[in-house]
Design a protein around this ligand. Structure first.
Ligand SMILES: *Cc1c(COP(=O)(O)O)cnc(C)c1O
Length: 467
């Protein structure tokens, strides 16, 4: 592109007229045009008018792509944090839509016509599902942890935790940082691989507010490793009158080893509470497959204390989350005997059999037969993701595509710009779409997007890098 300092910056109106229509509100388009023109002015190098229009067009397409929108998850990672973790089931979404469209009894007791407790139904049913005396819910598991830490360390600041459990959970979420944010003081005990009951016992002092256990949900340790049984830590905590809390993170409310053959058993809230832990907390949108939420369950007295904490008010969920979670919890309670048939997409995707995936792959391959690419179905291993059961490998089937006229990375980039966008991965220079995480109802869209991305017809230019 030839640039000249002599050309003048085109008028905003002129650029607006020359642009192709895009699905964006007009003020956003105008603001983006202004921003691009200002960047050119700062750079003191003004390209020809068509180039200015092309540059603005790229910025607009980039904005359109950044809009929160459905994507086809071809990564084979069931709980993909970058792709919104757990998709909700249609019955849950119906319940949500009904609530969202109308008034509701969020804090109104229909039985006696007075102000009622917020989410009392959900709390009762969550307690049932978790086999705890009581339960409540906040915005996410991080919030649950911060609430718990703040509440129990208000007068006694120390939190005892094993060095083997000082973990990093996801992007920037580290247990020691969370403790600091909550104003608690970390009292590390034991070593990375071994912690004994005696380590815990010697660390207890009048300053101890809480003993915290953190489930190693996203990594695995083996070899010379030991930690005392939870029952023994619970007995110690009870003797010393200190609450014992376990952060379970992933929150399996059905037995994971019943969902799929080769899965190990992820600790369930009810099992952990039975060992004498006072409170557990876990995420609503990991293995539970519900909306983003932080669930707290356990001793009634402890849950009541948390709910009375003024900080609880800042973390409470809105009615839509409560509605979606209520519907999800009731699905679990009513279908406890058929875990793979829950109408909870995460559970269904984990329990899918590879044969069903292979049949879908064959049908898709027939659709893609005439395209300029070598397409085949391959056996792969999908993952649960979300920092859950990191060792679990789910036998799966992927479409494996080697385009004739472009690099696999270019195909991937085109698919991300598709409608709907498709996110897959590259393996050995070939592009792959794992079918385990693609809903069967999306197969037709997937075929259409692949056809469009692989066809020689011009494709919208890639959005430029953000400035
Ligand atoms: C994922 C995870 C969290 C954070 O949960 P969010 O709901 O994302 O806030 C906390 N603790 C553990 C052990 C986790 O695995």
């Amino acid at each position: 592109m030839s640039a000249s300092p002599l050309r003048s910056i085109p008028a905003v109106d002129k650029v607006l007229q020359a642009l192709e229509p895009v699905r964006l509100p007009r003020p956003a388009v105008v603001a983006l045009v202004r921003r691009e023109l200002a960047a050119l002015r700062r750079a003191r190098s003004i390209p020809p008018f068509e180039d200015v229009v092309a540059r603005v067009g790229q910025a607009l397409r980039r904005r359109v792509l950044s809009r929160l929108q459905p994507v086809i998850n071809g990564t084979g990672v069931v709980i993909h944090t970058n792709l919104g973790r757990a998709p909700l089931g249609s019955s849950v979404v119906d319940a949500l839509a009904d609530l969202a469209l109308h008034y509701n009894n969020l804090e109104f007791d229909l039985a006696d016509g007075h102000r009622g407790g917020r989410a009392s139904y959900l709390e009762e049913h969550l307690a049932l599902l978790c086999r705890g005396e009581a339960a409540t819910v906040v915005n996410n598991c991080a919030a649950a942890l911060i609430l718990i830490l703040r509440h129990f360390t208000a007068s006694k600041p120390e939190v005892i935790i094993s060095r083997g459990e000082l973990v990093q959970i996801g992007g920037g979420f580290r247990i020691p940082d969370i403790l600091e944010t909550a104003g608690a003081q970390l009292k590390e005990v034991g070593t990375t691989n071994k912690t004994t009951l005696d380590d815990y016992g010697r660390a207890v002092s009048p300053r101890t507010g809480l003993i915290l256990k953190v489930h190693r949900s996203n990594f695995f340790m083996s070899g010379f490793v030991a930690s005392p049984p939870t029952e023994e830590i619970a007995a110690l905590a009870r003797r010393k009158k200190i609450p014992l809390v376990e952060d379970l993170g992933s929150g399996a409310v059905v037995a994971t080893d019943r969902l799929a053959a080769r899965l190990s058993h992820e600790p369930m809230p009810g099992e952990v509470l039975k060992k004498g832990v006072d409170l557990v907390c876990f995420s609503g949108d990991k293995l539970m497959g519900g909306p983003q939420a932080g669930i707290i369950a356990g001793r009634a007295r402890r849950v009541a204390g948390l709910k009375k904490d003024p900080f609880f008010r800042a973390l409470r969920c809105d009615k839509l989350i409560l509605g979606a979670l209520q519907a999800t919890v009731d699905l679990y309670l009513s279908r406890a005997d058929t875990p793979g048939d829950l109408a909870v997409p995460v559970a269904e995707m984990i329990s899918l059999q590879p044969d069903a995936l292979a049949a879908r792959a064959e049908a898709l391959l027939r659709e893609l037969k005439d395209l300029p690419a070598v397409c085949r179905a391959v056996e792969t291993l999908a993952q649960i993701g979300g920092g859950t059961l990191p060792q679990a490998e789910l036998p799966s089937v992927a479409l494996d595509i080697k385009p004739a006229q472009m690099a696999a990375s270019e195909l991937g980039a085109r698919l991300r710009r598709g409608d709907p966008p498709v996110v897959g991965y590259i393996s050995g220079g070939r592009f792959r779409v794992d079918l385990r995480t693609v809903f069967p109802r999306q197969d037709a869209d997937l075929a259409r997007c692949l056809r469009r991305a692989l066809s020689p017809a011009p494709f919208p230019e890639p959005p430029s890098e953000s400035p």
